[in-house]
Design a protein. Structure first.
Length: 204
């Protein structure tokens, strides 16, 4: 099959997930101290920014992957759907993290859940890269050399979120900080893997 319909589905899921994040930003009803109430809800803004940055970077990296894919088969489609499963539920742990980040012991399960969902998303992304590395016939020939770099980057993200989940058991705050650092690192690291994939695909 050609990849066009899958690309459209991926873009749609990302667009919906990114849009749903904003729905959980605070909207105090009938507040007598609106400024104070809005400032008190700072965890919601932080959670929104971290998740938005994470999804945004991931969309760019996945765009690089799909730019190099010339055809898809059933198994790659299944792996992509697993990846989209975790992308689509990111607003849920984000809302929980925002609500319970400052709630003492209740912050622990929220931090663990957030990190585990992010880990599953990262590992399912790496699973797709791994499949392409083993089925090069699905990829434009000039882009094949960039596949291992994309796979390593996805595995790294999943591994760091596993560490964040473990850290959450002892310190939810430290886990949330680690989540933010992961998003910051991948946003600022300026990997050339997506660009390489796009250029290679266009050169084919």
């Amino acid at each position: 099959m050609g990849p066009d319909r899958l690309r459209a589905l991926i873009d749609g899921v990302f667009a919906i997930a990114l849009t749903l994040l904003v729905l959980d930003l605070p909207k105090p009803a009938g507040s007598a101290h609106l400024t104070s109430d809005l400032l008190h809800a700072w965890p919601s803004y932080v959670a929104y920014l971290v998740s938005f940055a994470t999804l945004g970077v991931l969309w760019m990296e996945h765009h690089g992957m799909m730019s190099a894919v010339r055809s898809i088969d059933r198994r790659f489609l299944e792996r992509t759907l697993v990846f989209l499963l975790f992308v689509s539920i990111i607003p849920w742990p984000t809302a929980l993290a925002a609500s319970y980040a400052t709630k003492g012991a209740q912050a622990r399960p929220a931090a663990v859940l957030y990190a585990l969902v992010m880990m599953a998303m990262g590992l399912s992304f790496a699973w797709g890269w791994r499949y392409l590395c083993r089925h090069l016939d699905l990829v434009f020939e000039p882009a094949r050399a960039a596949l291992p770099g994309g796979q390593r980057r996805a595995w790294l993200g999943g591994a760091v979120y596993l560490v964040a989940a473990a850290v959450a058991l002892a310190s939810p705050a430290a886990s949330f900080v680690l989540d933010a650092l992961v998003a910051t690192y991948f946003a600022l690291s300026r990997t050339n893997v997506p660009e390489l994939m796009v250029r290679a695909a266009r050169a084919d």
